[in-house]
Every structure is written in structure tokens, then in C-alpha cells.
Design a protein around this ligand. Sequence first.
Ligand code: CP
Ligand code: NVA
Length: 338
Amino acid sequence: NVNQIQNVLTHALRLKNTSTAYLAPGSPRPINSRLVRGVPPQSLSHSSIALLFSKRSTRTRVSAETAAVLLGGRALFLGREDIQLGVNESARDTARVLGGMCQGIFARVGDHSEIEELAEHSPVPVINALSSLWHPTQILADLLTLHEEASFQVGQPIKAKTAFAVLPEIKPLTITYLGDSTNVLHDMLVTFPRLGHKMQVATPNDPQYRCPTPVWNRVKELGCDSGITWVEDPREAVKDADVVITDTWISMGQEAEKEQRLKAFQGYQVTEQLCREGGAKPDWKFLHCLPRKKDEVDDEVFYGPRSLVFPEADNRKWTIMALFDMLFGHWQIYDPKV
Ligand code: CP
Ligand code: NVA
């Protein structure tokens, strides 16, 4: 729920502040990072997290492995070639066995039903690291990045000694998404409207590239549909946008459809020209979960001053670390007055 999302983001910011020694050289310092330097809570000390990944990953895998190290624990990468799952052993048995040895499971799967099966049979918490329908941890990083963007912040400037435990408040945003109805978009649809942001989506008018029924049912169940406009014309969708987002047109597992997809998404590439002609706000920002191909966004936008894609990628680590600490470790309550 919304409170849990805010808690994870606040906790991610605390962990980031505590770990400034581990940020990339030259990367922006988090708000008030001078307050605390050192080592984050060692809540995963002597604990192990199983990374059960049946698909490729750079950010999610490395975030998880490095986050586990900072929390004093260990992540075990279990790729599809490494373990018995899928060849000699069922998901049900794998979940029970891993849960008997590890304190948590972080799983990247093909069909979404696979993660549900793992969660049903695992004795320890299971976090979805991407499935056919959802990519929930990505959206936490996206949100943290939006909250850190100074031009979106409202209210009192964050002051020393209070900032440590405070997530900067941001104005309600108009967030545009162009391209394919992917797992990444689906989590935005069920999250952003509940946080007061408006979503404007443009996809080709073909059922194959529109929201799958189980996802749209969930969107409606959560009352998010009233905060979403869905159109075909990308120019219409970028009107008044504060943020423009896209994802690959060819998700993992769809490689055979490459030719047909490149044709279907012509006109959906995020460019300065498209956003200018469609009437996006003059200082719109750009997000992309990565990995990126040039089809969906050109170099000018991707490497330009509007692009928040690399802070967004860095934030995968702090948000995944917050989840690990809260779900698998023993979340330490910070005293904001300290
Ligand atoms: N954004 C994201 O999930 O990237 P990876 O596939 O590299 O983990
Ligand atoms: N939609 C993409 C996201 C990659 C992080 C995919 O599923 O491949």
C-alpha cells in the first residue's frame, strides 16, 4: 500500500545517506549526506538471499549482490544453468529447499505464475525481481529518483538534522509513458495514480501491445483507472508532461517478434521534437529502466540534461537494499532526532 511504499523510499534514502562512502565518484550526494557516514545496519549478518534468476540481469542482480554485502549478508546467484529447477526439479520443491537454507528469495522469472508458485511454497519471503507482468522493484527506484529531483520538490527546503529521515515531498506530476505495455509500465499503472500522479499512456491500438486483462483488472480494483489516460497518438500523450518514460519495444523473450515490433512502434521513439510538438512542459525529465536500445529513445534525450536514467539505475541498489533490510533482515528503526 501507499504507506509501505513511502516507508521503503524513506528507508532507501536513509541507507543511501549512511553509505555515501560507497556512492560512485562524482555522483550527486544525497540530501544531507554529511550527517552520517559509515556502514549501514548489518541486519543480514550471517544471512543468505537466494537470487533465483531465469533471465539476464545487470542492475537487479548487481544491486542485490552489492546491497547484501553492505548489509553484512550474502546473495547467491542461481542462474537457470546452475540449479536443478526446470530440468530435474519443480518450482514447489525448489522454493521449499531454498527457504530452508536462505532467509529470502529474490526471483526473476518468465511467466508470472512462476513467481506465484514460488511464493505459495516458500517458507521465507519472496520478492519479484521481474516477471512477464510486473517489475515492482523498478518502480521504487523510479519514485526515489523523482523525489530526489529538485525541480519537482515542494514545501520547506529540507533542513540539516531533519532531512535524515525525511523523503522530500513532490508536486503531483503528469507522467507520460510511450511504447509497449510492459511489466515496467504495469507497476506504474498500479502505483503512480495512488500517489497523486496522473498517467498518460500511448501504445499502438493493437490488443497485443495494450494492457493485459489481469493487469487492468488490478488497476481497476485499486481505483487507479481514473488517474490514467490511454491513447494511441504519442503526441497527445506527452501534452503537459513533467516526466516522459519508455521501455524497450522488445522485452526479454520477445526477440523472435523483433521485426514486427519495430514496425508496430514506429513513431513512438522519445525525441526532443516529439515532446516539443506534443506540448510537454519545457523542463520535462526522462526516465528509462534500462537496458536501452536506440529504437525507443534517441541519444539526444538519453544522454541529454533531462535524462535521469543513471541516478535511476543507481537507485535500484538503495531501494532493493531497503527491501532486503525490511523483509529479510531486522529493520533498524532510526531515531530521526539523532
Ligand atoms: N532495469 C532492470 O531491471 O535491469 P536489469 O534487467 O539489468 O536487471
Ligand atoms: N520490459 C523489459 C524490462 C527489462 C528490465 C523486459 O521484460 O525485458
